[in-house]
Design a protein around this ligand. Structure first.
Ligand code: PMP
Length: 374
């Protein structure tokens, strides 16, 4: 067996130790004679799994008591409409757009606007006429105009496709927003850096990057924001009902919750989020340095102060070499480096589960490739 260095943006690499544990526990979880996939979600075994997963996540992110942790389905995409339906219920909500995902969030909110309320653009870095909107930076303070009466202010704190990441844990924005709750899509960087959960009304994240298998989406909601859903809300979409029923109005994605719980335990063994953040800083610095010191052979278009530690898009000066780069990388055991179709070029996603050795292998390959083809 030989495992590759997988730079996929998601579903993404999982820690090898977790995969091994899943394999070892597959047929007989803790002596109960069956796999987690086969057990009742109402039984005591699964109760232990979900309760431990929640407790570990709460510890990792220091989630305050007055926040509920929900394990939901439908991906982050479902939350794009589920959030306004739950939180706005007829009031206007503010949106910041800094990339494809925050743009999608406002578009989805507008689809449900007749029931949920209007979605107002409070700031955007889209460049008119630019290819794929040319998102390359965070918003500057003066480009943001907030509605003090908004039901919430939505943003995406790490834009997976463009590689644009909020650097200050929304300290300045939260101060400016005052009593308007921040709603953050943290899909592609949750658990990779420390956050102060109390700054946010809602934090949500699709699992398939830094948490576990796809099919699960995590949602951390401040309690006072529950119970505001539109009256026609299907119960499965209602945050309050989900919270009251321990994320189990129906059958939850049990296997995804189990694997995510193992990832949380792995993270704790690594020293928690603070320790992981230091590793992530080193990995990102190594890769950006390689790009910046390539004399223009490689280029990352994002403003230095907006660069993501998790998703590093880069282009080759000579796009005719793109296919050669990908083929030679593949031969060197480095896969899923092709950039998103909207922006082209390359992208290396270096989430928590990507060890420093994987980034070192990529950087060594990139330097050698530039030497040969430069
Ligand atoms: N938000 C962000 C920041 C993402 O990266 C993604 C997926 N790449 C999504 C939302 C959509 O997630 P899902 O596919 O789980 O609906």
């Amino acid at each position: 067996m030989s495992r590759v260095w997988n730079f996929s943006a998601g579903p993404a690499a999982l820690p090898e130790a977790v995969l091994t544990q899943v394999r070892d526990e597959m047929l007989d979880w803790h002596g109960c004679g069956m796999s987690v996939m086969e057990m009742s979600h109402r039984g005591k075994e699964f109760a232990t799994i979900i309760e431990t997963a929640e407790a570990d996540l709460r510890e990792l992110l220091a989630v305050p008591q007055h926040y509920k942790v929900l394990f939901l389905q439908g991906g982050a995409t479902q939350l794009f409409s589920q959030i306004p339906l739950n939180l706005a219920a007829g009031r206007s909500a503010d949106y910041l757009v800094t990339g494809s995902w925050s743009k999608k969030a406002v578009e989805e909110a507008r689809r449900v606007a007749p029931i949920a309320g209007p979605a107002r653009l409070a700031g955007s870095t889209a460049v008119k006429g630019a290819l794929a909107d040319g998102f390359t930076r965070l918003l500057r303070d003066e480009e943001i105009s907030l509605d003090p009466g908004a039901a919430f202010l939505h943003l995406c704190t790490n834009e997976t496709i463009y590689g644009v990441e909020v650097q200050d844990d929304c300290a300045a924005l939260a101060a400016r927003a005052g009593s308007v709750p921040l709603v953050a899509d943290m899909s592609s960087h949750i658990l990779s850096r420390q956050v102060d959960v109390s700054r946010y009304g809602v934090i949500y994240a699709g699992a398939q990057k830094n948490i576990g298998p796809s099919g699960l989406v995590l949602c951390i909601v401040r309690e006072d924001l529950l119970g505001k859903a539109v009256s026609t809300m299907p119960s499965i979409m209602d945050f309050r009902l989900m919270a009251e029923n321990g994320s189990m109005i129906n059958t939850p994605p049990t296997f995804g919750i189990y694997v995510s719980g193992l990832v949380f335990q792995w993270l704790k063994r690594q020293g928690g989020v603070a320790a992981m953040e230091q590793v992530n800083i080193r990995k990102a610095e190594m890769l950006y340095r390689c790009i910046d010191e390539s004399g223009g052979f490689y280029r990352n278009p994002v403003e230095t102060t907006s660069r993501s530690r998790m998703n590093v898009p880069f282009t080759l000066q000579d796009t005719a070499l793109d296919a050669v780069f990908l083929a030679e990388a593949r031969d060197a055991g480095l896969v899923s480096l092709k950039g998103h179709k909207t922006v082209g070029g390359m992208r290396a996603s270096i989430y928590n589960a990507m060890p420093e050795a994987g980034v070192t292998a990529l950087v060594d390959f990139m330097r050698q490739f530039a030497k040969v083809h430069g």
